[in-house]
Design a protein around this ligand. Structure first.
Ligand code: NAI
Length: 327
């Protein structure tokens, strides 16, 4: 079909937006299919967003069918096929976790309701803004008419980081690495799993053959990569987050590669002992716009403890937003 794909991006004037919009418009998501961008910002950021739209115009992208901007979610989300929820309230100085959860709760409650009211019937919703898993849970809980499977939170950046670290360690190409999995929360408790990954068809943990590296180097490097980038760059990862947001959406809409899987945080039905209803990262395959969790992987004690620790954190976050009346 040559109908434009209508893609909403929230927080479009932010750092991630500045990379994401140009890649969406240039075909990284939908190749030659025309794309229409619907950009949501808060009122004070609309002027800056107008400047970004001037730059989008100036790129003369052949497949950019239109751009609309605004601060009213019900107008911007009208008829969208894909919503990339990037905008969120960052943690300010002295802000407690509860303050952060309630500030974001207000945003994702309103956006969930607006999507429920006006999005296209086939809408898919990807949440990048942090705390991504719990923000996705809040949006999902406030959109009762949208199937729960249409919501996901981004752990693809962690997934890509894990592939890159493993490639560097083994000397393999990133394309030689398959079946990487991030389990749990997009946070420092996440569990990047090498026991089911493969390097040129060989089990990754065996290919590495260094449990100390896996435990003391690989896992913390992947889990704390965001902080390392802030340290080096002076601001948080943006281009890589935008790239992962597109990777995740592209695979979701158009399918994951046949001999591989990807990591997505999606609603649990209790798979792998993850409490039902949490939005937790799993290995998934995607086809025809739907995902399914890869079944039947053996989980040893090492992996079990790490998956449990991360999903316990997600359960705590759910408890906190339940007490705040957000879900
Ligand atoms: P940023 O602060 O540069 O931009 C955020 C934008 O969101 C701002 O322009 C702000 O005005 C806007 N915004 C705030 N409330 C809004 C609302 N209610 N509606 C629409 N827009 C709103 O932040 P940046 O660097 O672009 O990051 C965005 C989010 O992505 C952050 O929460 C960050 O922590 C998260 N992130 C997530 C990653 C992941 O892997 N899941 C990786 C990197 C960042």
């Amino acid at each position: 079909t040559s109908e434009p794909l209508k893609v909403a991006v929230t927080g479009a004037a932010g750092q991630i937006g500045y990379s994401l919009l140009f890649r969406l418009a240039s075909g990284a998501l939908a190749a030659d299919r025309p794309i229409e961008l619907r950009l949501l910002e808060i009122e004070p950021a609309l002027k800056a967003l107008e400047g970004v739209v001037m730059e989008l115009d100036d790129c003369a992208f052949p497949n950019l069918a239109g751009v609309e901007i605004g601060a009213d979610a019900e107008k911007i989300f009208d008829g969208v096929n894909l919503a990339l929820l990037v905008g969120a309230r960052p943690r300010g100085p002295g802000m407690e976790r509860g303050d952060l959860l309630s500030a974001n709760g207000a945003i994702f409650t309103a956006q969930g309701k607006a999507l429920n009211a006006v999005a296209a019937d086939d809408v898919r919703i990807g949440v990048t803004g942090n705390p991504a898993n719990t923000n996705a849970l809040i949006a999902m809980s406030n959109a009762p008419d949208i199937p729960q499977e249409r919501f996901s939170a981004l752990t693809r950046l962690d997934h890509n980081r894990a592939i890159s670290q493993l490639a560097a360690k083994t000397g393999a190409k990133v394309t030689d690495i398959k079946k990487m999995t991030i389990w749990g929360n997009h946070s420092a408790t996440q569990y990047p799993d090498l026991f089911h990954a493969e390097v040129n068809g060989q089990n990754a943990a065996e290919a590495v053959g260094d449990q100390a590296w896996l435990e003391n180097d690989f896992i913390p490097t992947v889990a704390k990569r965001g902080a390392a980038i802030i340290d080096a760059r002076g601001s948080s990862s943006a281009a890589s987050a935008a790239s992962a947001t597109i990777d995740a959406a592209r695979d979701w809409l158009f399918g994951s590669p046949a001999d591989d899987w990807v990591s997505m945080a999606v609603v649990s039905k209790g798979e792998y002992g993850v409490p039902e209803g949490l939005i937790s990262s799993f290995p998934v395959t995607t086809s025809g716009g739907d995902w399914s969790i890869v079944e039947g992987l053996e989980i040893d004690d090492f992996s079990r403890a790490r998956i449990d620790a991360s999903t316990a954190e997600l359960a705590d976050e759910r408890q906190a937003v339940t007490e705040l009346g957000l879900i």
